[in-house]
Design a protein around this ligand. Structure first.
Ligand code: ZN
Length: 503
């Protein structure tokens, strides 16, 4: 075996441990009885420790360094060899720059933080959570110092690298600033619009088992392969990919909200299609893995929004919906359904937000976490800053902290630098979709016939198969010919919402 072959064998073996962890974590959310919890915690902790030991072992580090010296491996930066070495080096640097004591401190704080946050949110009492959040901010500052950041950059950049490698606050700001202005303008116009779509579709009660069989058929129709995946139910929907042959989706159902089940399931199926489309031959190596959270999210939003909220999709889907449910559903018009899933309404809760206002929720969190990390905003002033931002961006009065700065779990589990990946996902998604639509000569006619394989094949070739061959920002330029911009997303939203609201 060559040193590179030895290195890959080792990396793929370590990945087996991660795959086993992911199945155990899925089982914990979906199947496991409560009594399994303490022992499951031990199983997961041991697997994580074994994977960590393998990932920092001297033998592994020497092997990686040896391969990096070989110009035949590193010459072409987009080759599988070069991208594997680049990504492995990045991960190793992240692992070795942090002292073990800080890793342990973060794990303990994340678990304490989540428990304290859950109580504080339930009691609507920010003062309960503030001391933990202060410790989170101070720990993350120390963590960022260990990693360092590029000249001209800032502390936020060092943390974002775990979620969106190479992404900087400055770049995010450059895209978010014009996006915020244009979105706010559109949302203001919608608020004063002469027409509003009806919400009849969202008010119909439907049995959960019937909803379940419907969404199962739906994700099969868009191309999710059930021979290589499953769909189950959990409190919070998620997708866990352990390898392209075994991708687990979960979703949720509410009797009175079929459109939520459709949206959530299409969303997770989008993540799942990405996982199923990663190249088998590179499985267990970075080249065969997803490139970033932003790109992952671009795939979920593709099927949830670009496809699942389009007029052409509903022209195909509505007759099926009527046939499946009958009753009140059979009386729905096209406008009830298409308009219903595209209603825009500023609201307090991020996870319930519509496609247009959603991004403003993200921008607020990005600004606030950035200011907390830089020391510009004291933790105790967060609730007031939150309220001011919601008033300014969405025109809303936030009545309490439970529906304000206590609503999201992320900061309590020490995840700062994460939120923007959601909006980056929307932006990447719109830019990829425009290109696919152009390359394929228009997708609407195919969607109306229930044909989604054209889009899926395009995504397989341009986004799924490449895995981590290029960093996200480069992938975007490579695929669309342009750097990421706010324009495609705004064209998408304005093009759909203006006619719908008669503006
Ligand atoms: Zn997602």
């Amino acid at each position: 075996m060559t040193p590179y072959e030895k290195l890959m064998a080792r990396v793929q073996e370590t990945q087996l441990l991660a795959g086993a962890s992911s199945i155990l974590a899925w089982d914990q959310e979906v199947k496991m009885p409560k009594g399994g919890l303490p022992y499951r915690g031990k199983q997961l902790a041991l697997l994580a420790q074994l994977a960590h030991e393998r990932s920092v072992a001297t033998e592994y580090q020497d092997l990686l360094a040896e391969c990096e010296q070989d110009p035949a491996l590193t010459g072409d930066p987009a080759s599988p060899q070069a991208s594997n070495l680049r990504e492995l080096r990045r991960s190793l640097d992240r692992l070795t720059k942090l002292p073990g004591s800080l890793v342990a401190e973060e794990a303990a704080l994340a678990s304490e933080g989540q428990a304290v946050w859950a109580e504080a949110r339930k009691a609507d009492d920010f003062s309960k959570f503030a001391p933990v959040l202060e410790r989170v901010v101070s720990l993350l500052r120390r963590k960022a110092e260990c990693f360092g950041w590029a000249e001209g950059g800032e502390i936020w950049d060092a943390l974002a690298d775990d979620y969106e490698p190479g992404c900087t606050a400055r770049e995010v700001e450059n895209i978010f600033t014009p996006l915020r202005e244009r979105l706010s303008g559109l949302i203001r116009e919608i608020a004063e619009a002469p027409r509003r779509p009806s919400d009849r579709f969202q008010r119909i009660k439907l049995p959960v088992d019937k909803q379940r069989s419907f969404v199962e058929e739906l994700v099969g129709a868009i191309g999710f392969d059930f021979k290589r995946g499953r769909l189950d139910v959990s409190t919070h929907p998620f997708c866990s990919g352990n390898h392209p042959g075994d991708v687990r989706l979960t979703t949720r159902f509410h009797e009175d909200n079929l459109s939520d089940a459709i949206g959530s399931t299409m969303h997770e199926a989008g993540h799942g299609l990405y996982e199923q489309g990663l190249p088998f031959e590179h499985q267990g190596t970075p080249r065969g893995s997803a490139v970033s959270l932003g790109i992952h999210e671009s795939q979920s939003r593709m099927w949830e929004n670009q496809v699942g909220r389009s007029a052409s999709f509903w022209r195909w889907c509505l007759p099926r919906l009527k046939e499946h449910f009958g009753g009140e559903v059979a009386a729905l018009s096209f406008d009830d359904v298409y308009g219903g899933v595209n209603r825009v309404e500023p609201s307090l809760i991020r996870v319930e937000a519509d496609e247009a206002t959603y991004n403003l929720h993200i921008m607020i969190r990005f600004e606030l976490e950035r200011r907390m990390l830089s020391g510009d905003l004291a933790v105790r002033d967060l609730p007031a800053a939150w309220k001011a931002e919601y008033k300014d961006a969405l025109g809303l009065d936030v009545p309490d902290d439970a529906r304000g700065c206590l609503q999201d779990i992320h900061w309590s589990m020490t995840a700062m630098g994460y939120f923007p990946t959601y909006t980056l996902g929307n932006l990447y998604c719109a830019q990829f979709y425009e290109k696919a639509d152009e390359d394929l000569g228009g997708l609407d006619a195919a969607f109306e016939r229930g044909e989604f394989d054209g889009l899926l094949t395009w995504l397989r070739e341009h986004v799924h198969e490449p895995g981590s061959s290029r960093p996200a920002a480069e992938l975007c330029v490579h695929v669309t010919g342009k750097p990421l911009s706010a324009d495609p997303l705004m064209r998408h939203l304005e093009g759909k919402l203006r006619p719908l609201y008669g503006i």
